[in-house]
Design a protein around this ligand. Structure first.
Ligand SMILES: [Cu+2]
Length: 149
């Protein structure tokens, strides 16, 4: 029993460490997603480790009809989701976290069946950097993504 637990711990730390995507100038950490019906929401942390600011313009995927970057605004005391106008700038040395109740990706019309633990391929497109392939892991049981569009 102890061995099983130990193996689980090793496996878990291995997978969580492996779950990041890097380029010379950036690291995208723990990209994960929730799926509800044909739609979903995506979260990750991006860090600029390069020498110039980078701007994330859009995220595209062959598995999703339309991906939007959203932010949350307060309107009359109610939080609402709105598409981000333009891109998201990540300054040198800084990180931006896409998380529930903050910046997030919306996946509209996912065209493949994704099960818990599976990965979905996306491409991050930047204004002043090469594309980066990022795979989002389905973790449907995490805290809910409240929505009011
Ligand atoms: Cu949204």
């Amino acid at each position: 029993m102890k061995i099983v637990i130990l193996l689980l711990i090793i496996f878990y730390s291995f997978t969580s460490q492996a779950h990041k995507f890097e380029a010379d100038n950036m690291i995208v950490n723990h990209p994960w997603m929730k799926v509800f019906n044909m739609n979903g929401a995506g979260y990750f942390k991006i860090k600029n480790i390069g020498k110039t600011d980078i701007e994330l313009l859009e995220v595209v995927s062959e598995s999703v009809n339309n991906i939007e970057m959203h932010t949350i605004i307060m309107e009359e005391g109610i939080s609402k989701m709105r598409p981000i106008k333009g891109g998201v700038i990540i300054k040198v040395g800084e990180s931006i976290e896409f998380k529930p109740m903050g910046y997030h990706l919306m996946f509209f019309e996912i065209n493949e069946k994704l099960l818990e633990g599976e990965l979905m391929n996306t491409h991050f497109r930047f204004k002043n950097s090469k594309d980066l392939i990022v795979k989002f892991k389905v973790e449907s049981n995490k805290s809910s993504h409240n929505h009011e569009h």
